[in-house]
Design a binder for this molecule. Structure first.
Ligand code: URA
Length: 441
């Protein structure tokens, strides 16, 4: 029998050879248990980032990361249970709208979600800006919330895919975050460890996304779908536009309030359209709806107020007194609001989502480092978006500050540097570029 040699494995991956599942499992298990040092793991991560992994190797990596922790197998506990994941963007509050909306149509869903890092926001930071919201739930509490109100969004527990936590920390400092196989194994190990019946992936493409180009987003979507092959979880992916922030609010409490506007049947069109398309896809995946009946059920739920009532029951189940939404003074309140005026008349031709996200980090919406605190009251409100007209001197955005004081002139300059105003309207880009399913080869 050959002895296990990290050194030999490293050399083979550096040359671009495929690794056997047992070699990948041995390496990751050894690293998670502390037998393989950081320097050897870092070398393998870099070799993978440069040479890539085949679909089989990515599946083997995902499998060993799943097996490093608890496996909840939710689909054996519920008739049908859905999960939804976004690869991350700016102003992306779709999960907060989608969870109660889907549940109000009788389809249960549960998500373990993350906090924001860098320019992308995190669903948990948004939800935790609401006083009382409990994100840290035990497995029993997570399942009870689904039993009681049909949906839940909680923070990932230490027990789920611990190998990912250790690997991600190393990737973060070794320049190996941006690798499709490593991103795939990281996302899918956490998702498949929960074992939902169906998973809808929102793979974002554009300036505010991990994947800047449509081709890269497609490649990531295909890789994520392939990693779930034979797992028992059905996976579908939508490739969506992240060239400008989603909605008219970017900021923790402001995004929850915008989500509730959408659930009241108002709110920005892009958030409603994108959420409706993803919610309809989940309803279809449940097998209880076709495309037409899914859309009818969603529209009916919104118009009747059931979707909004469902959101209130869900918030209450996770510790929030729904009365806070009738008392704005009980929610985080900005200390200063800075208006940004259009420097010239014209049409907003583009808004750089990445730059907006980084402006958000500057004022405390997001964090630079994992242990930074976010400011729940800070927000950027987009009064004009791509395609909208603006007259010189007219307010096109408001920047609301919470605890962190900043120079208004510098913030205005940063905002204006992130947009372009031209004489002619820009070409309209679609919100949803593509949909890929696990039934395609
Ligand atoms: N999100 C994750 O969970 N992991 C990655 O590697 C990238 C995004």
């Amino acid at each position: 029998m050959q002895t296990f040699s990290p050194y030999a494995i490293l050399n083979r991956k550096r040359r671009g050879d495929d690794l056997a599942p047992e070699e990948i499992a041995g390496f990751i298990d050894g690293f998670t248990a502390g037998r393989i040092p950081d320097y050897q793991m870092s070398a393998l991560l870099m070799a993978i980032a440069i040479q890539g992994l085949s679909a089989e190797e990515t599946r083997a990596l995902t499998a060993v990361m799943i097996e490093s922790g608890e496996q909840w197998n939710l689909r054996s506990r519920f008739d049908f249970i859905a999960d939804k994941h976004s690869t991350g963007g700016v102003g992306d509050k779709v999960s907060i709208v989608l969870a109660p909306w889907v549940a109000s149509c009788g389809v249960k869903n549960g998500m373990l979600s993350g906090r924001g890092l860098g320019h992308t926001g995190g669903t948990l930071d948004k939800l935790e800006s609401i006083p009382g919201f409990r994100a840290r739930l035990s497995r029993q509490e997570f399942e009870k919330c689904i039993d009681d109100v049909g949906c839940v969004i909680a923070t990932s527990t230490e027990g789920i895919a611990p190998a990912d936590r250790k690997l991600y920390a190393l990737r973060d400092v070794t320049g190996t975050v941006e690798s499709i196989p490593l991103i795939t194994a990281s996302i899918m190990s956490k998702k498949l460890a929960l074992g939902p019946s169906a998973l809808l992936l929102d793979v974002k493409a554009g300036s505010g996304a991990f994947m800047r180009t449509l081709d890269d987003a497609r490649a990531l979507a295909r890789s994520l779908i392939a990693a779930a092959k034979d797992s028992g979880t059905r996976v579908s992916a939508m490739i969506t536009n992240m060239d400008q922030p989603l909605g008219t609010a970017c900021g923790n409490v402001s995004e929850v309030l915008e989500s509730l506007d959408v659930l009241r049947g108002a709110g920005p069109d892009d958030v409603r359209e994108l959420t409706r398309a993803q919610a309809a896809a989940i309803l279809e995946m449940s097998g209880r709806f076709d495309r037409e009946s899914a859309n009818e059920a969603l529209d009916d739920s919104l118009a009747s107020g059931r979707a909004f009532d469902q959101a209130m029951r869900w918030f209450a189940a996770q510790g929030v007194d729904p009365d806070v939404f009738h008392h704005p003074d009980r929610l985080p309140i900005p200390t200063t609001v800075i208006e940004v005026q259009a420097p010239r008349s014209g049409v907003i031709a583009s808004m750089d989502a990445y730059a907006m996200g980084m402006l958000g980090v500057e004022i405390g919406i997001g964090r630079r480092q994992q242990d930074d605190e976010v400011d729940p009251a800070a927000s950027i409100l987009f009064d004009r978006k791509t395609g909208d007209e603006a007259r010189a001197g007219e307010a096109i955005a408001r920047i609301a500050l919470g605890k962190i004081a900043k120079d208004p002139a510098a913030l205005r300059a940063a905002y204006l540097a992130a947009i372009r105003i031209t004489d002619n309207p820009p070409e309209r880009k679609t919100l949803i570029y593509d949909r890929l399913d696990d039934t395609e080869d």
